[in-house]
Design a protein around this ligand. Structure first.
Ligand code: COA
Length: 332
């Protein structure tokens, strides 16, 4: 069985830092509440850089770190649930900035689980010899979708982008498992907002009982407790399934990179997985939840710190709107 080889990583960290104390100036909250409930101290917000430009900068860095040029890329796969355009897709926009024409350009959206989905897709293409070199990335500007009057959600999220360049890893292990519970859509969603200027359309009443104000119509809606409960079980369950399929135990894993939603969710999930906390990497203290960008941004940080070694077994695990979940274990 063939897996992947990561040749290079990159990230883009936005320019503006929003601390917990800054939030306490415009909503009824405190550094103490946010820190104890989430582990987040600050997050980075893109004040003016569009999503695709963040992605392009992360992608360029990953290509350079791989020792390649954009013309060496056969396919760009971008995970995003916060695109700047309905079309062209974000991968095409990034391809244009990088000058990577004429490679294939694909967007995926499984919300915060998206980087794992994108990596799975890349691995399948590589295994089938469809493409040789793939730029896999996530780029998210979630703060565009946030209602800054909703203290239950606005304190959680930040912006950013992360990227990896991958080629086929001959005889390297790669296992993954993903799933979704579409019936839990109301726990976490952001509905597409259309101006009602079409004389042929009647009122769209889907979720009308939930979306009762223009404010809610435009912004992310979340039932924090429902997501929390789902996340712990879904992440632990996905990793347990991979372990059962592969015959590995978490003792055989060197590094776990979970979705950076909430430190308490991560701690509860790793307790359920029975994994040593010292193997788990987090950056949510300084970045908040950057949706599907969390995991590749963590990989780029680990790479920069010289902590990724060939042969290492890495577990990525996440969850997000859908509700979706996914995990993968691969050899670096
Ligand atoms: N500051 C102060 N108080 C706040 C607050 C804030 N930022 N946000 C909510 N509260 C209040 C609530 O209004 C509530 O007050 P009440 O008891 O008077 O009604 C109280 O704190 C408890 O709210 P609750 O929602 O039960 O808190 P919680 O312990 O579940 O923590 C989250 C809230 C959002 C931090 C937590 O549920 C969570 O992280 N869920 C997962 C969300 C997530 O990861 N989403 C992204 C998925 S990709």
């Amino acid at each position: 069985m063939d897996g992947i080889t990561i040749l290079g990583t990159g990230e883009y960290v936005p320019d503006t830092t929003a601390t917990n104390e800054m939030f306490a100036k415009f909503i009824d909250t405190s550094d103490e509440w946010i820190t104890t409930r989430t582990g987040i101290k600050e997050r980075k917000i893109s004040s003016s850089t569009p999503n695709f430009m963040m992605g392009a900068q992360a992608g360029r860095q990953a290509v350079e770190n791989a020792g390649l040029t954009p013309k060496d890329i056969d396919c760009i796969i971008v995970s995003t649930c916060t695109p700047d355009f309905f079309y062209p897709n974000t991968a095409c926009l990034i391809q244009n900035v990088l000058g990577a024409q004429p490679c294939a350009c694909i967007d995926v959206n499984t919300a915060c689980t998206g980087f794992i989905t994108a990596l799975d897709l890349a691995r399948s293409y590589l295994a089938m010899n469809v493409y040789k070199t793939i730029l896999v990335m996530a780029s998210e500007r979630l703060t565009n979708q946030i209602d800054y009057e909703d203290r239950g959600s606005c304190i959680l999220f930040g912006d950013g982008a992360g990227a990896v360049v991958v080629q086929k890893g001959e005889n390297k292990l790669y296992y993954s498992h993903s799933g979704a519970e579409g019936d839990m859509l109301e726990s976490l969603y952001c509905k597409v907002y259309y101006d009602k200027n079409n004389p042929f359309h009647k009122e769209d009443d889907f979720l009308k009982d939930k979306i009762d104000t223009p404010q809610k119509e435009r912004y992310l809606q979340m039932d924090g407790r429902a997501v929390y409960k789902f996340a712990v079980d879904a992440m632990a369950g996905a990793v347990a399934k991979i372990c059962a399929d592969s015959g590995f135990s978490l003792d055989d894993i060197d590094l776990v990179v979970p979705h950076q939603a909430n430190l308490r969710i991560i701690q509860a999930a790793i307790k359920k997985m029975n994994v040593d906390e010292s193997k788990v990497y987090t950056n949510l203290e300084t970045h908040g939840n950057t949706s599907s960008s969390c995991i590749p941004m963590c990989l780029a940080e680990l790479d920069k710190a010289g902590r990724l070694k060939r042969g290492m077994r890495i577990c990525l695990v996440g969850f997000g709107g859908g509700l979706t979940y996914g995990a993968t274990i691969f050899e670096y």
